[in-house]
Design a protein around this ligand. Structure first.
Ligand code: 5AD
Ligand code: SF4
Length: 445
């Protein structure tokens, strides 16, 4: 039996994967610990999406050398996308790393960790799979507040956006058996959870062939899956991420509109407002298509919030094309945006065929312009919510004051209010009285 300390970086998918890893290791008798000083193993679940994500991990590894000096028996293993990207090379570059295990090889962790410990060797397992979904593993809810949980519904991505390393680190796209997804969501609800988030790199291409009662083959797509999860109980909220604009169907919007417990929030990464950039990025849509999808969302659900990802300074982006991105932001008026500077990633289409020719200072300037505009738009959007009353799922104590709680409305906006006798996990009605660009403030009604 060993003590395991897991540290997770990057996207929600990585957090979900860490919970699978914890489950696999607990089955072997290992236990998770909350203090690094008590650990026999530190597992770092890593992200490779941008160079700064990798630099952060390398810095962390240098810090861990000091801990290893105090605890020479401590072994470090690297999991996730950086493990997959760099494979055994990572153990050469980083001497204090004993094993490297990619996203499709987590079942091999117990065996690898045993080998590393007993034989004092270094090991790497980075084979990608076309079928692994960990469907039978019940995740150990590591970071959970007992209210909201992630459910991974598919793995991998094969869209090959020109800038993106994910298809190389997470392999081919594959969907998980819907029965196991619905069972996991139901079990969470029975344990008292009130919200599940279905996760995939591109959930709109979720597809699983099942046999129906009369023995015929039937395809379950993402809207079908959403319907089934939503029907578990009206008190179980359902969210999902991420949608690729090219695949966002009216069928999904229809299902979303029909069920009150499907949260009215869509994350629709735009990446750029310029058609030439979108083509170069291999996104398979143009700005007109994207705006048509926005119109469709608003037609089905006028109160739906929309969030996005955007990249500033992709290869050969001109000032004019950057302005088109700003124009897109003004047209859509996003409720929230994750905004990034382009970072060239090894082995991607961009690295092989395009020039990273926008100077870093220029990327920074463009990014800051997007951030400033988005801040203004978010504030204006939030001001429009003042006076409205929302149903809020209470998540916990506000970071600012013990006298206040925070929760989220269906649109995923954070609302802070005076606690009175409310407890986390409850649904309450809150009337918005004030706001900042990031949060709504309100009072219980
Ligand atoms: N550089 C900058 N941002 C990137 N993203 C993906 N790859 C890169 C890259 N090489 C962003 C995209 C994606 C989000 C998860 O990360 O906006 O939607
Ligand atoms: Fe990367 Fe594009 Fe796949 Fe998203 S859809 S993970 S941006 S390749």
């Amino acid at each position: 039996m060993s003590n395991i300390y897991i540290e997770t970086y990057g996207c929600q998918m990585n957090f979900a994967d860490s919970e699978i890893v914890a489950s696999l290791l607990q089955k072997e008798g290992d236990q998770m610990v909350g203090e690094i000083e008590q650990a026999d193993y530190v597992l770092i679940n890593t992200c490779a999406i941008r160079d700064n994500a990798e630099q952060r991990i390398r810095k962390r590894l240098r810090e861990l050398r000091a801990v290893q000096q105090r605890h020479p028996q401590l072994r470090i293993g690297i999991l996730g996308c950086m493990a997959e990207r760099l494979q055994s090379q990572l153990m050469v570059e980083e001497e204090n790393v004993s094993f490297v295990v990619g996203p499709d090889s987590y079942r091999r962790l117990p065996e690898i960790m045993r080998k590393v410990r007993e034989m004092g060797v270094k090991e790497a397992a980075t084979e990608l799979s076309t079928s692994e979904t960990y469907a039978d593993i019940e995740p150990v809810r590591l970071a959970s507040n007992g209210i909201s949980a992630y459910i991974s519904i598919m793995r991998g991505c094969q869209n090959y956006c020109a800038y993106c390393v994910v298809p190389y680190t997470r392999g081919r796209e594959r969907s998980r058996d819907p029965e196991t997804i619905v069972a996991e969501a139901r079990s969470l609800f029975e344990q008292g959870y009130k919200e599940v988030t279905l996760l995939g790199q591109n959930v709109n291409s979720y597809r699983f062939v099942v046999e129906n009662a009369s023995g015929e083959k039937e395809t379950v797509d993402f809207p079908d899956l959403m319907r089934r999860v939503a029907e578990i109980d009206p008190l179980l909220r359902v969210r999902f991420a991420t949608s690729h604009p090219k695949d966002l169907s009216d069928k999904l919007l229809e299902v979303m509109a029909k069920y009150d417990n499907i949260c009215k929030c869509i994350h629709l990464p735009v990446q750029s407002g310029s058609d030439r950039m979108l083509k170069l990025m291999n996104r398979h849509y143009d700005s007109a298509w994207y705006l048509d999808r926005i119109t469709a969302i608003r037609r089905y659900m006028p109160d739906c919030s929309i969030t996005t990802d955007v990249i500033a300074g992709f290869c050969t982006e001109t000032e004019e094309e950057h302005q088109m991105t700003l124009e897109m932001f003004r047209k859509v008026r996003y409720d929230y945006a994750y905004m990034f500077k382009f970072s060239m990633r090894p082995n991607t289409y961009a690295e092989k065929h395009l020039q990273d020719d926008v100077p870093d200072a220029e990327k920074t300037r463009r990014l800051e312009e997007i951030i400033a505009l988005q801040g203004q738009l978010a504030l204006e959007n939030n001001r429009k919510e003042i006076g409205k009353t929302f149903e809020v799922l209470v998540e916990g104590e506000s970071h600012r004051s013990k006298e206040q709680l925070f929760g989220r409305n269906s649109q995923n906006k954070v609302i802070v209010f005076d606690r009175k006798d409310v407890v986390p996990g409850q649904y309450v009605k809150v009337k918005v009285t004030d706001c900042t660009a990031a949060t709504l403030k309100g009072e219980l009604v």
